[in-house]
Design a protein around this ligand. Structure first.
Ligand SMILES: NC(=O)c1ccc[n+]([C@@H]2O[C@H](COP(=O)([O-])OP(=O)(O)OC[C@H]3O[C@@H](n4cnc5c(N)ncnc54)[C@H](O)[C@@H]3O)[C@@H](O)[C@H]2O)c1
Ligand SMILES: [Zn+2]
Length: 377
C-alpha cells in the first residue's frame, strides 16, 4: 500500500487542461501535502525544489522540505513574513537573488506554501524568474484553496492599486490540504466562506443552500464537509478558468460578483481592516440590494439572501466611511480602467447578469442601505 492509500481514500482529483504546457493537476484531501514528493515528476538531472513559504507555516514547510530531501531531491526553503505589504516588487527582489544562490534552474519547481499573498507573489516570482519556471500552488487559507490558489493570476501591487503588476502563469500542480486549515483564525474561515457563498450565488442555488445548512460544520472545520465543499468550489473555478483563462470573454468576469463594492471598501479602509472575503460578503450584500432595487431580483428573494449573508460575523464598516467616498472610489476605479461601471447582479439565486447602465441614484441608495445595515453592528 503506498502512502496515498494510507492517508485517505477520499482524495479528489481534478484537472485543468489549457494546452500541453499549460495544465494543472489538482488534488484535494486531508493530509495530502506530504505526498507531493511522490507525485512531482523527477524529470531533471538535478531534481530541485525551492519552497517559498509563509513563515507562519514553518513547521509544515520544514516537514515538506525534509520529505523532499528524503526522496533524493535537492530542496531549498525560503520563509517570508506575510502581510499584504509583501506583494511588492521591492520585497521580491531579494528572493530572485535567493533563487540564484540556490542554483534554481529551468527544470526546478517553485513551491508556494501560504495564503493568497504567497500564491500571488511567489507565483509571480515563478512567472518571471528565467522567463518562467514551473510552480506548484500549496494554498493554506480557505480563501486560497477555493479561489486565489487556482487559475494562474499572479502578481504584486503598485502604489496606484492592487495587482497592477503581474502575469498569467498556471501552477502545474495545486494541492488543497484541508489539514492546513486547522490553525486558521475564525475571521479567515469567514473570509473563505464569503468566496464559497459567491459560487453558490452566481452558479448554483442548491450549493448555496447546502453551504448555509452546513455553516456551523464548515466553521468548525469539519473535514468531510470542508473537503466536499472545497472540491465543489474548485470545480466551479476551474470551469470559469477553462472557458476564459485570460479574463477576456466575460465568463471569468462573473467571478467578480460582489467585488466592485468589496474592493472599494478594502481600499478605503486600509487593506488589513477587512479580510478580502469579508469585504466580498459586504459587496455581495450591496449587489443583491442593487439587483432588487433595479427590479431584476424579487424583493423577497433579496431579503432571504441578505439574511443568509448576515449570519456571518463581520467587523462593522467604520463610521468615517461615507456613501460619497464609496461612490467616488467606484467611479475613479472605472475611469482608471477606461471602462464604464459594469455591475454583476442577480436575476435569481444562481443566475447572474452583467448590467452596464444602472442609474447612479439607485447605486447610491443601495450603498446607503449597506452603510445603514453594517455601520452599527
Ligand atoms: N490570484 C487570485 O486569483 C486572487 C483571488 C483572490 C484574492 N487574491 C489575493 O489573495 C490575498 C488574500 O489571500 P488570503 O486571505 O489567503 O491572505 P494571506 O495570504 O494574507 O493570509 C491571511 C493570514 O493568514 C495567515 N495564514 C496563512 N495560512 C494560515 C494557516 N494555515 N493557519 C493560520 N494562519 C494562516 C497568513 O500569515 C496571514 O496572516 C490578497 O492579496 C488578494 O489580492 C488573489
Ligand atoms: Zn475575491
Amino acid at each position: 500500500m503506498n502512502s496515498a492509500e494510507q492517508i485517505s481514500t477520499a482524495i479528489q482529483s481534478l484537472q485543468l487542461s489549457l494546452g500541453p504546457h499549460n495544465s494543472s493537476e489538482i488534488r484535494i484531501g486531508e493530509g495530502i501535502l506530504k505526498l507531493l514528493p511522490e507525485w512531482l515528476p523527477k524529470d531533471s538531472a538535478d531534481p530541485h525544489v525551492v519552497l517559498v513559504a509563509d513563515a507562519f507555516l514553518s513547521a509544515q514547510a520544514e516537514a515538506l522540505q525534509a520529505a523532499f530531501l528524503a526522496q533524493g531531491w535537492r530542496a531549498d526553503l525560503i520563509q517570508v513574513p506575510v502581510s499584504e505589504a509583501f506583494k511588492d516588487l521591492e520585497k521580491l527582489m531579494p528572493l530572485y537573488g535567493q533563487l540564484l544562490e540556490a542554483k534554481t534552474h529551468r527544470r526546478s519547481w517553485l513551491l508556494a506554501l501560504g495564503g493568497g499573498v504567497i500564491g500571488d507573489a511567489a507565483g509571480f516570482l515563478a512567472a518571471s524568474y528565467m522567463r518562467g519556471i514551473r510552480w506548484v500552488s500549496l494554498p493554506s487559507t480557505l480563501l486560497a484553496q477555493v479561489d486565489s490558489g487556482l487559475g494562474g493570476k499572479t502578481g504584486v501591487n503598485h502604489p496606484a492599486g492592487k495587482n497592477l503588476i503581474g502575469a498569467f502563469h498556471q501552477p502545474r500542480w495545486v494541492l488543497c490540504d484541508s489539514a492546513l486549515l486547522n490553525s486558521l483564525p475564525a475571521r479567515d474561515v469567514v473570509s473563505g466562506l464569503g468566496e464559497m457563498l459567491k459560487y453558490g450565488l452566481i452558479y448554483d442555488a442548491a450549493f448555496f443552500d447546502w453551504l448555509m445548512a452546513h455553516l456551523q460544520d464548515l466553521q468548525a472545520l469539519d473535514t468531510d464537509c470542508l473537503v466536499a465543499a472545497i472540491g465543489r468550489c474548485v470545480d466551479f473555478k476551474l470551469q470559469a478558468v477553462a472557458a476564459d483563462e485570460r479574463d477576456e470573454s466575460g465568463v471569468r468576469e462573473i467571478l467578480n460578483f460582489g467585488h466592485t463594492v468589496g474592493h472599494a471598501l478594502e481600499s478605503l479602509i486600509d487593506y488589513g481592516y477587512y479580510r478580502h472575503g469579508e469585504a466580498v460578503i459586504l459587496g455581495m450584500w450591496a449587489a443583491i440590494e442593487i439587483s432588487a432595487r433595479s427590479g431584476l431580483l424579487a424583493e423577497s428573494c433579496a431579503k432571504e439572501l441578505q439574511n443568509s449573508l448576515e449570519k456571518l460575523k463581520l467587523p462593522p464598516i467604520p463610521e468615517i466611511i461615507t456613501d460619497n467616498a464609496i461612490w467616488a472610489k467606484l467611479r475613479y476605479d472605472k475611469k482608471a480602467e477606461g471602462s464604464s461601471l459594469r455591475l454583476i447582479l442577480l436575476k435569481n439565486l444562481g443566475q447572474p447578469v452583467v448590467v452596464k447602465d444602472t442609474p447612479v441614484t439607485l447605486i447610491r441608495e443601495a450603498i446607503q442601505a449597506l452603510l445603514k445595515r453594517f455601520q452599527a453592528l
